[in-house]
Design a protein around this ligand. Structure first.
Ligand code: NAP
Length: 303
């Protein structure tokens, strides 16, 4: 059987594409490596997606999925894509669960948190080092935690961690945050949050669990230590695009698209955080998903 569309990735972009292609009566399959939802599943609170004053990322993901299922989208979880091959007018989406033949592909695979690269980091993952406050914050009740980074992820997750931890110390490599102004204001106003500016983490140390971080001031090169029970790392994102070897990407691996979400390969579209974009938000991902779906529909009409 040949699908009209195979959507790779079940976050906001992929599920929105799914809703739109099903409403266009296309024969569509969505494959997802883990379960649907994407990065928003590990977001405690979403308050900038219009229509919802406040909603948890998990609840929002469930609503997206429910809506896609209502229109009959076929979703397969635990399917990891290893490549996309071109075969005449169709594409073959290669996975460990077998191959799926399709006229078009929408890549909506999102991103993965970047590792910091500090000494001790990898050995202490799950022993105090974490990339997900909503998953692991619970273990740090009344403890001291360090959050590394100055973007929206670091700041919003630091605010979330103040619900459990007694003290949250944000370590940032500059003296200005990158996060949205409103998030900055909330963090500055939070009495449990303090900042260490112009500093990078040289080492995360501890016997069996995290005990301290060693910092280096980037202006003076002076070293200092902070005793801490946990280190939450939010230093940016890596696109999940390694399998898409044939499409054009930028130097960091984000997929290059035009305003129709067309990639450099005809019939392959990309949407959401995995593409080159000036803004990575749920609102932009759903917009991308809708455009990619309509572009796929028009491409199919054309062939
Ligand atoms: P990001 O915006 O790329 O920020 C990464 C942060 O980590 C920056 O502050 C960066 O410092 C710092 N950093 C990078 N490499 C580092 C290193 N090796 N050592 C120390 N610090 C390092 O990533 P993000 O915060 O994960 O956000 C990703 C996207 O999702 C953004 O578009 C963001 O707006 C969006 N997002 C939005 C919300 C929201 O509530 N609206 C929530 C989460 C994410 P510099 O500032 O010096 O570069």
């Amino acid at each position: 059987m040949v699908y009209d569309v195979v959507i790779i990735g079940g976050g906001p972009a992929g599920l929105t594409a799914g809703i739109y292609v099903k409403r266009a009566m296309l024969n569509a399959l969505l494959v997802e490596k883990i379960g649907v939802g994407g990065q928003i599943i590990i977001t405690d609170l979403v308050e900038n997606f219009p229509g919802f004053l406040e909603i948890s990322g998990g609840d929002l993901a469930m609503k997206f999925e429910e809506q896609a299922l209502k229109f009959g989208l076929e979703i397969k979880g635990l399917v990891e894509v290893s490549g996309i091959e071109e075969r005449g007018a169709t594409k073959i989406v290669k996975t460990h669960e077998g191959d799926f033949e399709t006229k078009t592909v929408i890549i909506a695979t999102g991103t993965t948190p970047k590792k910091l690269g500090a000494k001790g980091e990898l050995n202490l993952i799950g022993k105090g080092v974490s990339y997900c406050a909503t998953c692991d914050g619970f273990f740090f009740r009344d403890k001291v935690v360090v959050v590394v980074g100055g973007g929206d992820s670091a700041i919003t997750e630091a605010i979330y961690l103040t619900k459990m931890a007694k003290k949250v110390i944000i370590v940032h490599r500059r003296d200005k945050l990158r996060a949205e102004k409103i998030n900055q204001e909330h963090a500055f106003a939070n009495p449990k949050i303090s900042f260490v500016w112009d500093s990078v983490v040289e080492e995360i140390a501890g016997e069996k669990i995290v005990g301290k971080v060693i910092l280096r001031n980037v202006k003076t090169n002076a070293l200092s230590e902070i005793k801490t029970d946990g280190v939450f790392i939010y230093v940016g994102l890596i696109p999940n695009t390694a399998f898409a070897a044939n499409v054009k990407k930028d130097e960091r691996g984000f997929i290059v698209v035009n305003d129709k979400m067309e990639t450099s390969v005809k019939g392959i579209f990309a949407a959401g955080d995995c593409r080159v974009t000036p803004l990575r938000q749920i609102a932009t991902a759903v917009g991308d998903g809708a455009i990619a779906a309509v572009s796929a529909e028009r491409y199919i009409e054309g062939i």
